[in-house]
Design a protein around this ligand. Structure first.
Ligand code: ADP
Ligand code: ASP
Ligand code: MG
Length: 437
């Protein structure tokens, strides 16, 4: 007996839909159809949803009209509500199409986190209720971006963009075949298509480069989602929920290089893309005594305030001899706490002053080929110079060059660098939805 040649294999697929994909009732119905089509093709489907459209930002705005010092626990209660709205509406829409669906909060889906509100880390996943729903033939829908603290049993959130991480964590725990991240562009591009309309879609990218892009502010994927996918070997497929186009595959390990034929690995491009970030501020601690232990003291204070330091630069102080200035960047949202903690330690550490500047932008050029290709920095700095852009700070890794510029020059800087490395496509990228907020 001969078997038919193409038996579609039954797969477990995790599909995550971002806020722009479920922005309104029509969007939710469209997503429901896509989910049901996947299930009817013979697959088990777990769906992770974000809050509708800009709901999370609107909830933040609302709370800021009440207080600028919202208790972190209550902020998480508030923000986690956004994802609960979409999960229930999507379950209804799937039901309406004649398929079974059950929605679960992060807590019900077994997303166990630590207790750091606003940026909790997943420490365990126990998806037995999700598994049971699948076994009963239902689509399981999970609210993204949220979990429950193991210690306090309070609801936590994973940080902005965290639904991507929920999806990958579930994919890993359920041993899914693929985790599809549906968004409002056709995949990962060589730059944000909202800033560089001629950015090119990347078909495949190593998780190493994707990590650097995400860490450098390319918000197409949450950083911890990429880390998680890499650690657990989950294949990620980033694509649009508004089209049927193949998106970008993020390959979990460098060994998964795309082979064209007979084991010949495809040569990777030198540069994979340009990322930009407007979410950081620059702090300069002025007139720090130039003796051992002072940098340690400063960064211990910052760590205790739970702030994530990014770039660090130390320089001879303009203040006087025997003094040094230490500048660093950190997320704007962590700025106030960090400044307060530093001011409290000023006497003990003995620095003169603190300067704070939130009007900065960071640009990063990323490419694994930088390791073996001299001349990348020369082209990079020449392009910025030709565009008349002054540089505030510089940092590099093996596969990345980052600079801080004035915020209002950032877009021009991104476009200049993108062109200087010949990354522009012939035609413009499609942005299907979203407000870019
Ligand atoms: P979602 O709501 O689906 O999670 P996000 O707004 O978080 O969507 O992420 C998608 C957006 O990421 C795109 O609309 C685009 O503006 C932005 N973006 C930033 N860098 C890139 C990049 N390199 N490639 C594609 N999109 C990018
Ligand atoms: N709704 C959350 C946010 O806007 C989480 C997410 O969309 O991934 O950040
Ligand atoms: Mg996102």
């Amino acid at each position: 007996m001969s078997l038919p040649l193409e038996v579609p294999a039954r797969q477990l697929i995790v599909q995550k839909f971002g806020g722009s994909s479920v922005a309104d009732a029509a969007g939710i119905k469209r997503v429901a159809q896509r989910v049901v089509d996947t299930q009817r093709a013979g697959h088990e489907v777990v769906v992770v949803v974000s809050a509708m459209g800009d709901t999370t930002d609107e909830l933040l705005d609302l709370s800021s009209q009440i207080t600028d010092q919202a208790p972190a626990r209550e902020m998480d209660m508030l923000l986690s509500a956004g994802e609960r709205i979409s999960m229930a509406l999507l379950a209804m829409a799937i039901n309406k199409l004649g398929a079974k669906a059950r929605s679960f909060t992060g807590s019900q889906a077994g997303m166990i986190t630590d207790g750091i509100h606003g940026k909790a880390r997943i420490i365990d996943v126990d998806p037995h209720r999700v598994r049971t729903a699948l076994d009963k033939g239902a689509v399981a829908i999970v609210a993204g971006f949220q979990g429950v603290s193991r210690e306090s049993h309070d609801i936590t959130t994973l940080g902005r963009g965290g639904s991507d991480t929920t999806a990958v964590a579930l994919a890993a725990a359920l041993d899914a075949d693929v985790c599809e991240i549906y968004t409002d562009v056709d995949g990962v591009y060589t730059a944000d298509p909202r800033v560089v309309p001629t950015a090119k879609k990347i078909d495949r990218i190593s998780s190493e480069e994707m990590l650097e892009l995400a860490a450098s502010g390319a918000k197409i994927l949450h950083l911890r989602c990429v880390e998680y996918a890499r650690r657990f070997g989950v294949p990620l497929h980033v694509r649009s929920s508004f089209s049927q186009h193949e998106g970008t595959w993020v390959l979990p390990s460098p060994d998964d290089k795309i082979t064209i034929s007979e084991g010949v690995a495809l040569e990777q491009p030198i540069i994979s893309g340009v990322a930009h970030d407007r979410s950081e501020a620059k702090v300069t601690v002025v007139g720090v005594p130039d003796i051992p232990g002072k940098a340690a003291a400063i960064f211990q204070v910052i760590a205790k305030a739970h702030a994530n330091v990014d770039m660090i630069v130390q320089n001879i102080s303009t203040f006087g001899r025997g003094k040094t200035d230490i500048s660093f960047t950190l997320p704007i949202v962590e700025g106030a706490d960090a400044l307060e903690a530093l001011k409290a330690a000023q006497g003990e550490i003995g620095f003169e002053d603190i300067e704070y500047n939130a009007e900065i932008g960071k640009l990063s050029l990323i490419g694994a080929g930088m390791r073996s290709n001299p001349g990348v920095s020369a082209t990079f700095f020449q392009a910025l110079s030709d565009a008349g852009i002054n540089i505030n700070m510089i940092s590099t890794s093996e596969i990345r060059i980052s600079v801080v510029t004035r915020a209002d020059l950032l877009d021009a800087a991104v476009r200049a660098i993108h062109s200087a490395f010949n990354l522009d496509a012939e035609s413009e990228a499609t942005v299907y939805g979203g407000t870019g907020r």
